[in-house]
Design a protein around this ligand. Structure first.
Ligand code: HEM
Length: 451
C-alpha cells in the first residue's frame, strides 16, 4: 500500500485561490511539479520565494553559508507571543550565544543521563494505552496517545515531573489550546502581504500564550530556588540553567529561560508526537515490518545501550521521518543578491527548504512514495540519506533535539509494538495535512490489541 499523500493543486491558480488553498493546508496548496523540480520560483506583488530541492543548493543555505540566510521574520510572527526570544526565532550573535548554552545539555553523554526518564515515560505510555483496551482490543486515536507520550517525555526529562503532575497537565492543555488557535506556523512566509502588514493575533492566541508563559515561569522560578539551595535534580532544566556561556561566563536569566523552555515543550513534543503517530500507522499498514519491530522490541530495556541495537526499528523510524517529516518546510531569507541555477535572486527573498518535497523527490529517490525501511541499507538510500534527507534540518542550525528524538522515537515504537498489535481500520485512512507539524486531518485511528 502506498502511504497517503495529499492531493496537489493544478500548476496555475489565481493568487486568491492559492491563498485560500493555503489556509486549508500548506501541502495541498503546492503543485505536483515540486516533486521533480530542482528549484521553483513563486512571485507575488510583494516578495519572491524560491523552493530549493537541489541538494547542493540546500547545502549552501543550511551548511556552507548559514549566516547569510537567517531565519525569516515572517516565520516567527505566529509564534512570537509564545516563544519570545527563544533559540528557535533568534539569528546572528544572539542565536549563537543561546546555542552555546543549550547544546551541551543534548550531547551524547548527557543523553545517556536523560534516558532513565525517557524509559519511565515509555512504560507509562504503554500502561496508559493498555488501560484503554477492553478484552479483544479497541479502536484508538493514536495521535492523541502519541502527543501524551511525547509531552510526558519532555516533562520528565526537562523538569523531572510526570505529565500527571498538576502543573504539567495545565501546560499540556494550554499548548493544545494554543495550537488550535494558531494552527499554521509557516503561513506568514508564503502569504503575499507586504512586510509592514500588521500581523494580528487572535485574542485567544495571545491569552493562551500568556497563560503558558506564566505556568512555565512558575516552573523555572521554583527550579532556580532549588538550584540555589542545592536540591535540584540533575535533569535538562538544571543542566541548561547552570551552564555558563564559555565566551561570557553568563548563564541564562530567568526570563530567557522561560523562552527556551517554551520552545523545548513545543518543538520537542509536537514533532515527536507527529512522527510516532505516523510510524504506528505505517506499521499497521505494513504488518511484515510490524512483526520485525515487535520481535526486536523484546530486547529493549532500562539500559540506554539496548536502544542502539534496534536496527530495524531505527530504519522504520527514519523511513517515517522521510515520508512524513514533522516539520514539512523551513524558510530562510536572503541578505544580499544571490545567483542560484543561473537565476538572479533579490535581497530579502524567501528561500523555502522543503523536507516534504526533497524526501519524495522523484529524480533522487528510488520508489519515492513507497514505505521501504530496507532502502536505508541500499546504495540509493545511503546517498539520499546524506544528500536529500533533512528531517532535523542540517548545519549549525540543526535541531538541538535530533539525537534525543531518535532515541525517544525508537524506544517508544519498540516498546509499544512489543506489547500491542496495531491494524488499520477500513475507510479510516489518515489524510496528511501540514499545520504546526504534519498531522492527519481527522487523527490517526487504528485498531489496537494486546499482543
Ligand atoms: C522527531 C522529532 C523532531 C523533529 C523532526 C525536529 C525537527 C526540527 C527541525 C526541522 C528544526 C529546524 C527548524 C528550522 O530551522 O526552521 C528543529 C529545530 C529545533 N528543534 Fe527539533 N525536532 C524534533 C524534536 C525535537 C526535540 C525532542 C527537541 C528538544 C527537546 C527539539 C528542539 C529543537 C530546537 C530548540 C530547535 C531550534 C534550533 C535552532 O534554531 O537553533 N526538537 N527541529
Amino acid at each position: 500500500m502506498i502511504p497517503p499523500k495529499p492531493a496537489t493543486r493544478p500548476d496555475r491558480v489565481s493568487l486568491w485561490r492559492y491563498v485560500k488553498l493555503f489556509r486549508q493546508d500548506i501541502l495541498s496548496a503546492q503543485p505536483a511539479r515540486l516533486y521533480r523540480a530542482w528549484m521553483a520560483e513563486f512571485r507575488s506583488p510583494f516578495f519572491r520565494s524560491y523552493l530549493l530541492n537541489q541538494p547542493d543548493l540546500v547545502k549552501t543555505v543550511l551548511k556552507e553559508r548559514p549566516m547569510d540566510f537567517p531565519k525569516s521574520d515572517r516565520i516567527g510572527a505566529g509564534l512570537r507571543p509564545l516563544l519570545g526570544n527563544s533559540v528557535f526565532l533568534t539569528n546572528g550573535a544572539e542565536w549563537q550565544r543561546q546555542r552555546r548554552i543549550i547544546d551541551p545539555a543534548f550531547e551524547g553523554g548527557r543523553l545517556r543521563e536523560t534516558y532513565p526518564a525517557m524509559w519511565q515515560a515509555a512504560l507509562a505510555a504503554r500502561d496508559r494505552l493498555a488501560g484503554q483496551l477492553g478484552t479483544g482490543g479497541a479502536e484508538v486515536e493514536v495521535e492523541e496517545q502519541a502527543s501524551h507520550a511525547a509531552a510526558d517525555v519532555i516533562f520528565r526529562t526537562l523538569f523531572s515531573i510526570p505529565i500527571e503532575d498538576a502543573l504539567a497537565q495545565e501546560v499540556f492543555h494550554e499548548f493544545r489550546a494554543y495550537q488550535r488557535s494558531q494552527p499554521i506556523l509557516n503561513l506568514a512566509a508564503f502569504i503575499p502581504g507586504p512586510r509592514w502588514m500588521p500581523r494580528f493575533f487572535r485574542r485567544d492566541t495571545r491569552a493562551a500564550a500568556t497563560r503558558i508563559r506564566s505556568l512555565i515561569t512558575q516552573l523555572t522560578e521554583a527550579r532556580q530556588k532549588a538550584i540555589a539551595a542545592g536540591t535540584a535534580p540533575d535533569d535538562l532544566a538544571t543542566k541548561i540553567m547552570t551552564t555558563r556561556d564559555p565566551e561570557t561566563g553568563q548563564t541564562f536569566s530567568a526570563a530567557e529561560m522561560v523562552d527556551q523552555v517554551a520552545i523545548f515543550f513545543l518543538a520537542g513534543h509536537e514533532t515527536s508526537a507527529s512522527a510516532l503517530g505516523w510510524a504506528l500507522f505505517l506499521l499497521a499498514s505494513h504488518p511484515e515490518w510490524q512483526d520485525r519491530v515487535a520481535a526486536e522490541g523484546r530486547a529493549v530495556n532500562a539500559d540506554f545501550a539496548s536502544v542502539s541495537k534496534l536496527r530495524v526499528t531505527r530504519d522504520v523510524f527514519r523511513e517515517t521521518l522521510r515520508l512524513y517529516p514533522p516539520v514539512p518546510m523551513m524558510v530562510r531569507e536572503t541578505t544580499r543578491p544571490e545567483r542560484f541555477r543561473d537565476r538572479a535572486i533579490p535581497r530579502a527573498a524567501q528561500m523555502v527548504l522543503s523536507p516534504w518535497h526533497l524526501h519524495r523527490h522523484t529524480r533522487l529517490w528510488d520508489n519515492p512514495d513507497g514505505f521501504d525501511p530496507a532502502r536505508w541499507q541500499t546504495e540509493n538510500g545511503r546517498i539520499c540519506g546524506r544528500e536529500a534527507y533533512i528531517p532535523f534540518s542540517a548545519g549549525p542550525r540543526v535541531c538541538t533535539g535530533a539525537g534525543f528524538a531518535m532515541v525517544e522515537g525508537v524506544l517508544l515504537l519498540a516498546l509499544l509494538l512489543r506489547d500491542f498489535r496495531v491494524t488499520t481500520i477500513t475507510n479510516r485512512t489518515p489524510i496528511p495535512e501540514a499545520h504546526l507539524t504534519v498531522r492527519a486531518r481527522d487523527g490517526i485511528w487504528l485498531r489496537v490489541e494486546e499482543r
